[in-house]
Design a protein around this ligand. Structure first.
Ligand code: SF4
Ligand code: SF4
Length: 268
């Protein structure tokens, strides 16, 4: 079977994102996407322990899975800047969430089509809401998968910080193609606080103080997201599932790149 390379998949993702402005009739919300991949090996066995006890494994999506692909669609700076002021998300943030969900599906499908055209079956997953509202954990966490394939590292805000920052959205799929190791992370940690450099700006930015000494108050965050959808008039025409806030990701040192890598390269 003719092989598929990760560079080829990166081009497919870039092309899918670059077509959006014409399709939407607007500038779109995204910067250049990132794609990372890794063999579907034993590293994923830790998912039920680190993500959720009922988390699926790559082979649950596709018994013949050989690789896991995770991609990141980083938001444009204008959007992230617009969501910074105040304690509530702006209209554009909600709209971008909805349109990014659709784009995640399109990028996943485009990647899947290239792979399947070469004879490699794929297992695709929904962009979001594949999680339990009771436990607030996903059975397929793009964030944890992104961590395991080396697309990013968790920040104090529990978001994944990639080389293009944390402001954006993730998608993933599994495939029978053998793609090899294609991580993108340049540093062991990407969060300034975790790297011992001092920061904590995301902790201070959370309107419900969800980051506590005892850990992440997942329930408090979720309640805020649902309250925003229910209470903001300018979200009333958006889908019921538009659960957004994003204050901990807006205009942070890690919003647009990996601040630890930035610091290290400034020192060289
Ligand atoms: S804002 Fe600072 S402490 Fe929070 S995740 Fe980003 S780098 Fe880490
Ligand atoms: S999304 Fe909003 S409520 Fe949730 S942790 Fe971030 S800032 Fe806090």
């Amino acid at each position: 079977m003719p092989a598929v390379t990760v560079d080829e998949l990166r081009s497919v993702a870039e092309q899918a994102v670059s077509q959006e402005p014409r399709r939407l009739g607007s500038a779109g919300w995204w910067r250049r996407p990132l794609v990372a991949a890794a063999p579907a090996d034993r590293r994923f066995d830790c998912l039920p322990r680190i993500a959720a006890p009922d988390h699926l494994l790559p082979r649950d999506l596709l018994p013949t899975a050989r690789a896991v692909i995770v991609f990141f669609l980083p938001f444009r700076k204008e959007l992230v800047r617009a969501n910074h002021p105040g304690a509530r998300p702006c209209r554009e943030w909600g709209l971008a969430y909805v349109e990014t969900n659709a784009l995640i599906e399109r990028v996943s499908r485009a990647l899947g089509e290239v792979l399947e055209a070469r004879g490699f079956r794929c297992g695709l997953t929904p962009a979001t809401h594949n999680f339990s509202e009771e436990t607030l954990t996903a059975r397929w966490s793009h964030k944890h998968l992104g961590h395991l394939v080396g697309l990013g590292r968790f920040g104090t805000h529990h978001l994944l910080i990639t080389p293009a920052g944390c402001s954006g959205r993730l998608g993933s799929l599994v495939t029978e193609a053998e793609l090899g190791e294609h991580p993108l992370m340049e540093t062991r940690e990407a969060c300034l606080l975790k790297a011992g450099k001092g920061c904590g700006l995301c902790v201070a930015a959370c309107p419900v103080a969800a980051f506590t000494a005892g850990g992440f108050n997942r329930r408090g965050c979720w309640e805020r997201l649902t309250e925003n959808r229910a209470g903001l008039d300018y979200f009333s025409d958006l889908p019921e599932t538009t659960h957004v806030c994003g204050k901990c990701a807006a205009m942070m040192p890690c919003s647009f790149d990996n601040p630890v890598a930035r610091l290290e390269s400034a020192r060289r």
